[in-house]
Design a protein around this ligand. Structure first.
Ligand SMILES: [Zn+2]
Length: 193
């Protein structure tokens, strides 16, 4: 009698629909379109000087987008965010080169980076962050003359095709809504200066 040999377990290839495509084309979500970002990235606005220095003395409210400032630093919401809750941390002094930054201010900025991450994680329950500084226009800095660190919250599946085809990011809530959510957290940590 011929002995039956067990056939090898059948391996099923991961289908296109559940593999790479599922990462590139995530599930549908509710988004608001942000067409003004297109004008921004196309540099269609006239040069009005340093916008960070313009808001540096401003009232901390939704219009200025300033969330908090202390003696040396301030945290501002990005007017053209890559994602909901995209924050900018910067020295109050107009500086474009990291090597010109005072060590004490550099330490204060790092402390704000940690606080921002803590607040965003607590309020928005994000899964991760993109954190960083672009120094110089060639490195992608939109405002290269005034150092600013980006804090971009990330959620699983938050990438969609809009930035790829139209350089336009769509967001699930308005800037005003996000500002209202975050402001109380920063008010609690604020050091007046
Ligand atoms: Zn400036």
């Amino acid at each position: 009698m011929k002995k039956k040999t067990r056939s090898k377990p059948r391996t099923t290839k991961k289908s296109w629909a559940t593999g790479l495509a599922a990462q590139v084309w995530p599930q549908e979500r509710d988004f608001l379109e942000r067409p003004e970002r297109y004008r921004y990235v196309r540099k269609l606005f006239p040069d009005v000087g340093c916008v960070f220095c313009a808001v540096e003395p401003a009232v901390m409210d939704y219009k200025s987008l300033v969330l908090v400032r202390d003696a040396h630093c301030m945290v501002v919401m990005n007017k053209y965010p890559y994602n909901t809750g995209h924050l900018l941390i910067m020295p109050r002094k107009h500086l474009g080169q990291l090597c010109d930054l005072d060590d004490m201010v550099n330490g204060a900025l790092a402390a704000w980076m940690k606080r921002c991450v803590t607040i965003l994680k607590q309020e928005m329950n994000c899964d991760g962050f993109n954190l960083g500084l672009n120094q110089g226009r060639v490195a992608g800095a939109g405002i290269p003359d005034h150092l600013h660190w980006h804090v971009v919250p990330r959620w699983a599946g938050d990438t969609n095709f809009f930035p790829l085809i139209a350089e336009t990011k769509v967001l699930p809530e308005s800037l005003e809504q996000t500002y209202s959510r975050l402001k109380p957290h920063f008010a609690a940590t604020a050091v007046k200066g």
